[in-house]
Design a protein. Structure first.
Length: 524
């Protein structure tokens, strides 16, 4: 693992400079820990902890196992608390487990939840502390053996009821599913160009429990649409618009940028149609990119074209400057049709890698997958004010899209800081002896302001942390907040005129519906 870091880990220089991570010191320290272990299995998880110290959402070690230990409910981190999200009533009938969504888990086996979360977090690498803590909280009652050690026997869980105001302690058995032996798919081996276009953290989420009704990477919406909304699409993503005193505001869900190749064009065509309808019928737009797990660079850049108002540079990368990387990009160049812009662009990357390699620099200069070519706005595009919703579970491409929109001055960001997963990731061969599977970050990419995304993410222009009330009430206060932020960006005179015209034109959307979109009396 240490050799892999030295030879193939793109952000190592950044981590060494900013986090003071030193692989030689770690090798000595973890070597001493390994000597004290009594089981091979413990060593497999020690490797996970080794990788987690790099604080990189892309760089992962996974134990070969399909085993999961679970209690029958799942939790999420809301305002620093471990709240129950869902309960499996087939496993935990209400008469035996009188708790429900919103109740707080406060202790496990006499240990405060914060202490248990911190321990689980030691196995989870993340570009942002809040992402790590939220991820660890989701693993409190659902332990995937790929990431954290399995649990056996029973556990005493202390839970505080939100409605009854009482705290009870229950003893719950750890249940199990999946194989008990260490197992998993064999490594396919080899790299293709699509691996290098991959800005996804779906691997980060693949072992997560079903939280927030499956909203992670999902085209569905967790936000209740206001009454009187006009639905444009429910699939393959949600799009609608709703009335406000200044005119209709649009909502567009972007869950990821990883659509299967045979669906990608069809999905993009639907986004193009939805954008056209929103351009016609709204004064401002909310793009919901919360819990976005990223995807392909080219699809992401095409999505930015639907909103850009001027030519812009694509996502800027620094690539590893090593001989294997040079050979990889030379192979990609051979696959390109000669005398095409694609060949010119890949040729520029080859030149950049070779120049840096011969100069003995660890990384290339900044370069896009388009070389010096600029990207241009789409023929159909949205021209009005935009806010983009982002949170600590938005990573990689989920970092890059809000960064691009913010950097080209096309949107304001609402929510919390993004994950800070700032490079492309490829799968390495399984480790010798342990067989742990490894995915490793090979590059760095940058915000248009020049700051690396890795460990920095995107800082919101309008910070908002969803509340317990949001969690339990369809994110009504969150909706109120971002609606007001997008309306702040709308030209008041033009918006007022449009609102009068809309309501005066026989709209069936009355004042009660408008109030529902912008005012919630119960918001804190």
């Amino acid at each position: 693992m240490a050799s892999l870091v030295r030879s193939s880990y793109g952000p190592y220089g950044l981590k060494r400079d900013t986090l003071r991570v030193d692989v030689d010191e770690m090798l000595t320290r973890y070597g001493k820990k390994a000597e004290s272990l009594s089981q091979n299995r413990d060593f497999y998880y020690l490797l996970n902890q080794f990788v987690a110290e790099f604080q990189d959402s892309h760089f992962t070690s996974r134990v070969k196992s399909r085993h999961v230990s679970y209690l029958g409910f799942v939790t999420d981190r809301i305002q620093g608390k471990a709240l129950i999200d869902e309960v499996d009533r087939d496993v935990l009938p209400k008469e035996n487990f009188p708790f429900t969504s919103g109740d707080e888990v406060i202790e496990m086996n006499g240990r405060p939840v914060a202490e248990v979360v911190a321990e689980l977090g030691s196995y989870i690498g993340s570009g942002y502390k809040e992402t790590q803590l939220r991820s660890a909280t989701m693993f409190l009652a659902y332990r995937p053996s790929t990431t954290v050690p399995p649990q056996y026997g029973a556990v005493k869980v202390k839970i505080r009821s939100r409605e009854a105001g009482v705290t009870l302690e229950l003893t719950l058995p750890w249940r199990h599913k999946g194989g008990k032996v260490m197992e998993g798919p064999e490594w396919g081996g080899g790299l293709v160009k699509s691996d290098y276009l991959n800005l996804a953290v779906d691997d980060y989420f693949e072992s997560f429990p079903r939280t927030e009704k499956g909203f992670l990477c999902s085209p569905k919406t967790r936000i209740d649409p206001p009454k009187g909304s006009t639905l444009l699409l429910a699939s393959p993503f949600v799009a609608y618009y709703y009335p406000t005193p200044k005119g209709n505001v649009g909502y567009l869900r972007i869950p990821h940028y990883s659509w299967p190749s045979n669906q990608q064009k069809g999905v993009y065509d639907k986004y193009e149609w939805a954008v056209q309808q929103l351009e016609k019928n709204t004064v401002g737009l909310v793009i919901d990119q919360d819990h976005n797990c990223g995807g392909k660079v080219n699809f992401l850049e095409d999505m930015v074209k639907l909103f850009a108002d001027k030519p812009f540079r694509g996502v800027e990368f620094q690539f590893l400057a090593t001989r294997p990387e040079l050979i990889t990009f030379q192979n990609f160049l051979e696959e390109e049709e000669p005398n095409t812009l694609g060949a010119v662009a890949i040729g520029r990357i080859v030149d950049a890698v070779e120049t840096a390699w011969r100069a003995r620099k660890p990384m290339t200069q900044k370069i896009t997958y388009h070389g010096d070519q600029l990207l241009y706005p789409n023929g159909v595009r949205y021209t009005k004010p935009i806010v983009v919703l982002a949170d600590e579970m938005s990573g990689s491409g989920g970092d890059a899209f809000p960064a691009m929109m913010q950097g080209i001055g096309r949107a304001k960001i609402v929510g919390t800081r993004t994950m800070g997963a700032g490079g492309h990731v490829v799968e390495a061969a399984p480790l010798s002896y342990s067989g742990n599977t490894v995915r490793i970050t090979k590059s760095l990419f940058f915000h248009p302001n020049g700051k690396p995304i890795e460990n920095n993410g995107v800082t919101p222009d309008y910070p908002y942390t969803p509340t317990e009330y949001d969690f339990l009430n369809g994110y009504a206060c969150y909706r109120k907040f971002y609606t007001q932020r997008v309306l702040d960006l709308v030209d008041p005179g033009a918006a007022a005129a449009r609102a009068v015209a809309t309501l005066g034109g026989g709209s069936v959307l009355g004042t009660a519906a408008i109030a529902a979109a912008t005012d919630d009396a119960n918001c804190p």
